[in-house]
Each structure stands twice: as structure tokens, then as C-alpha cells.
Write a protein that binds this ligand. Structure first.
Ligand SMILES: Cc1cc2nc3c(=O)[nH]c(=O)nc-3n(C[C@H](O)[C@H](O)[C@H](O)COP(=O)(O)O)c2cc1C
Length: 210
């Protein structure tokens, strides 16, 4: 679906906020951060809420930026997996200290297709694939030794081409709102917000107070 841009900023957006497409802008900032961040420029903090509405947050790696969504991979039975399955929504923030910039997004979260998860799973190194089979992420673990024993047993059992376990795969966050933030002198930072309007047909862009 074609999305119209309604820019309410009076043409005030200049570098590094150039461009109307928030997915392309995130890609551009991530590429810049990849040159300056010491580790994991694609690390993002993803927030969900539990059944009582209590927020939860943790880091995951942003693996794909699509034309309308952001994809990460995890265990579907983990705490975050259960919270996403129950609510279908979440939010993330990425802060690049080296750039002094931040991107935020909130919206709906859905599973990516089984084919997409299979393709990404097969691209991972063999240790990570076995690890995804072995880890009952977020549930209690008796000891490091029992996990190591499980990994060893699964390495023998699954061989060199393990299939993706059903409990592991990708989620896509489709934002309904995004914000791009860049550091300014005396805490007078620049902030621009993209909000989906008119049944997701229009991205409306506004400047926000710092
Ligand atoms: C830099 C970094 C990257 C991480 N990437 C992932 C990831 O891509 N997927 C994942 O499931 N957990 C990842 N983790 C671990 C999570 O932060 C978290 O411990 C785990 O997913 C369990 O979270 P939950 O119990 O809230 O579901 C990462 C942690 C760090 C610090």
C-alpha cells in the first residue's frame, strides 16, 4: 500500500533527519552506527507487557529492516514470546552512544512466516542452531552443566543440518509510531516523530520539544 507523507515540520528537517521513509532512515542511521559502535550496532531494547500490564524490557538483535517492519529472532516460549503472543504489541529503542542518537518505535508485533524463520535459522552458525534447540529460554536452569550436557546430546542427535525448532523464530514489529532523536547543545535535542494516520495510509511527521 502506498503511504503518503504529511510533513508538519515546515521543511525544517535537515541532516541527519533527511528522507521521509522511517525504515530507510533507520537503515541509514544503523549503517552509520556500524562504523562507530564497538559492538552490536543492531542491539535494540524491546519492551512488552505481562498479563498484569507490568512492563518488561530486554535486548535483542535487529536482524532485518523491511519496508514496513523490524524483525528479530527469539524463543517463542520465552517470557517475551509469551507476552507478545498474548498482547500482539510492543516497543523498542535503539541508542547509539557513539552517534548520540536514538530511534524509538511502538506498534504491533506478529510472527514472521515459517519460511522466513527457516531461512534465517539456516544462516546461523551450527552452535547457535543447536543452542536454539537446547535452551528453554527464560525458564529455570538447574546448572550450567545440565545445559552443556543437553547441547552435547543434541549435537550428536541433530547432526550438521538441524531443522529449526518450532519454539524458535522471528517476530516483526510493525510501527504505528516512530521517533528519531539526535543530541543537541544544552540538552536542546532534535526530535522528529512519525505517526501513522488515516488507517495507516499517511505518515505524519512532526517536530517535538526536547
Ligand atoms: C547484545 C545482546 C543481544 C541479544 N540478542 C538476543 C536476540 O537476538 N534474541 C534473544 O532471544 N535474546 C537476545 N539477547 C538476550 C535477551 O536480552 C534476553 O536475556 C533473553 O531473550 C530472554 O528474555 P525474556 O526472558 O524477557 O524473554 C541478547 C542480549 C544482549 C545483551
Amino acid at each position: 500500500m502506498a503511504i503518503t507523507i504529511r510533513d508538519m515540520t515546515g521543511g525544517e528537517r535537515s541532516a541527519p533527519f533527511v528522507g521521509d521513509d522511517p525504515f530507510a532512515l533507520t537503515r541509514t542511521w544503523l549503517a552509520e552506527a556500524a562504523k562507530t559502535e564497538p559492538n552490536d550496532p543492531n542491539a535494540m531494547q524491546i519492551a512488552t507487557v505481562d498479563a498484569d500490564g507490568l512492563p518488561n524490557v530486554r535486548t535483542v538483535l535487529l536482524k532485518e529492516i523491511e519496508t514496513d517492519g523490524f524483525v528479530f529472532y527469539t524463543n517463542y516460549q520465552s517470557a517475551k514470546g509469551q507476552e507478545i503472543e498474548a498482547t500482539g504489541q510492543g516497543a523498542f529503542v535503539i541508542h547509539w552512544k557513539s552517534l548520540r542518537r536514538q530511534v524509538r518505535a511502538r506498534g504491533l508485533i506478529e510472527r514472521v512466516s515459517a519460511e522466513q524463520s527457516d531461512a534465517y535459522f539456516q544462516s546461523r552458525d551450527i552452535g547457535s542452531r543447536i543452542g536454539a534447540h537446547a535452551s528453554e529460554q527464560s525458564r529455570p536452569l538447574d546448572s550450567r552443566g545440565s545445559l552443556a550436557a543437553k547441547v552435547a546430546a543434541l549435537t550428536l542427535k541433530l547432526g550438521t543440518k538441524p531443522r529449526r525448532p518450532e519454539h524458535w523464530g522471528g517476530y516483526r514489529l510493525r510501527p504505528i509510531e516512530m521517533e528519531f532523536w539526535a543530541d543537541g547543545a544544552f540538552r536542546l535535542h532534535d526530535r522528529f516523530r512519525w505517526v501513522l494516520k488515516n488507517e495507516a495510509k499517511v505518515w505524519q511527521i512532526s517536530r517535538l520539544n526536547p
